[in-house]
Ligand binder design. Structure first.
Ligand code: FAD
Length: 371
């Protein structure tokens, strides 16, 4: 099959590899240079669903040494003063043998490995432009051109979108009093707050808060920013050194009404973008890739190519919708101070603490999605 992919971010690049492995000829269009693609300061939580996809395309063994595994995921509800810890034995049996609840990946290393891998694949042709000269040359066109997709605008594909009244602040910090193999998701009334291990004492802070408080915190000198962090970190954890300048980005919700239009298929942030709570973003984008490459490998659909975009939309709907509801509910849960809901919140923590089955259900949903 002849396929064009627009956009070579982490979604488009993995799609190119996966579709090329499935026997397609891929033209990969990207307006940025490889250096620009690599030069992003982002940190991703990688779940077992991503691990399985990377194994399938043959990249896992190249990437795993760059990832930081974590064995404990602590979820803390500050308002209730409750916490629950997810551990490796809460995962499904097959995932347990990897001895990690998940992994943390830095953008630079991950992007570099994918681009390096692409350079060895003969049936991928990288084209450094944003304009497809003749769309008739392709059986399918995959739009992976991100949140502000021009392709989607041109095709007038509608989506449901809104901006949270929050920004996301990210910073790398040296911490004391925390193990190098644990991650935290802290739910407080200002917004969810994640602490992700980067090896040794180094941690990535991903902190969502109202635009007003967020911009005040961003303008603080380093020492005061550390003082601020110590007020929101658990009392046994002390921030020691701020390793880089805190950065911020706005948080939006985006969900397409359809994941295709004619022979165009929308992958990754072109079709969905959610709040960073729970670290679902990139994993969901990569599950899009896996779904499309499974469809393309099907012998029935090879003979009925026109059905692929529709089948793709139908197959992705439940997973994407459930993760959108889950992440948005977590944000609302975290920020709600309506006392009556506290009873339900206490009940959720009680069940999670007492029941391994409940922890397995939640962790499995977060790590494998609904496919
Ligand atoms: C500022 C910022 C910080 C973030 N930080 C984090 C984080 O710390 N952790 C986390 O989990 N997630 C983070 N995210 C979200 C995460 O980056 C996305 O989930 C992920 O990048 C989605 O990948 P993608 O390939 O779908 O889209 P993108 O990464 O946006 O890739 C789209 C690609 O398409 C290219 N493109 C666009 N238009 C065209 C065109 N017309 N022709 C050719 N190419 C085109 C772009 O140059 C780009 O390379 C962040 C997002 C932003 C905006």
């Amino acid at each position: 099959m002849n396929i064009a992919i627009i956009g070579s971010g982490l979604t488009g690049t993995l799609a190119a590899i996966s579709l090329a492995n499935a026997g397609s000829r891929v033209d990969l269009y990207e307006r940025l240079s490889d250096e620009e693609l690599v030069d992003r300061d982002r940190t991703y939580a990688i779940t077992h669903s991503s691990r399985k996809i990377l194994e399938k395309v043959g990249i896992w063994s190249h990437i795993v040494s760059d990832l930081v595994p974590f064995q404990y995921l602590n979820v803390i509800d500050y308002e209730l003063n409750k916490n629950v810890q997810f551990v490796v034995s809460d995962l499904n049996q097959n995932d347990q043998k990897y001895a990690s609840v998940g992994w943390i990946a830095e953008h630079k290393k991950t992007m570099l490995t994918l681009l390096e891998y692409i350079s060895h694949l003969e049936n991928i042709n990288k084209i450094p432009t944003s304009v497809i000269p003749n769309t008739n040359n392709y059986d399918l066109i995959v739009a992976a051109d991100g949140f502000n997709s021009i392709t989607k605008k041109k095709l007038n594909t509608p989506s449901f979108t809104f901006n949270y009244d929050q920004i996301c602040i990210t910073a790398k910090v040296l911490l004391r009093g925390v193990k190098s193999n644990e991650a935290f998701e802290i739910l407080n009334s200002e917004g969810p707050f994640a602490v992700l291990p980067l090896g040794g004492d180094l941690f990535q802070i991903i902190c969502s808060q109202s635009r007003k408080i967020g911009s005040q915190n961003l303008s603080l000198p380093k020492s005061l920013f550390l003082d601020y962090l110590s007020t929101i970190l658990p009392s046994n954890i002390e921030p020691d050194t701020l390793v880089d300048e805190p950065k911020s980005y706005p948080i939006s919700f985006l969900l397409n009404y359809s994941f295709h239009s004619g022979k165009y298929i929308y992958l990754g942030e072109t079709s969905h973008a959610f709040h960073p709570v729970g670290g679902q973003g990139l994993n969901l984008c990569w599950r899009d890739v896996d779904c499309l490459s499974n469809l393309i490998s099907s012998s029935f659909l090879k003979k009925n190519k026109l059905l692929i975009p529709f089948c793709y939309s139908a197959s992705r709907f439940i997973d994407v919708l459930s993760i959108s509801i889950l992440t948005d509910s977590l944000v609302r849960y975290s920020r709600s101070n309506i006392k009556i809901f506290f009873i339900a919140r206490r009940f959720v923590f009680f069940i999670l603490k007492k029941s391994k089955i409940a922890r397995n259900l939640i962790l499995n949903l977060m790590t494998n999605g609904l496919n």
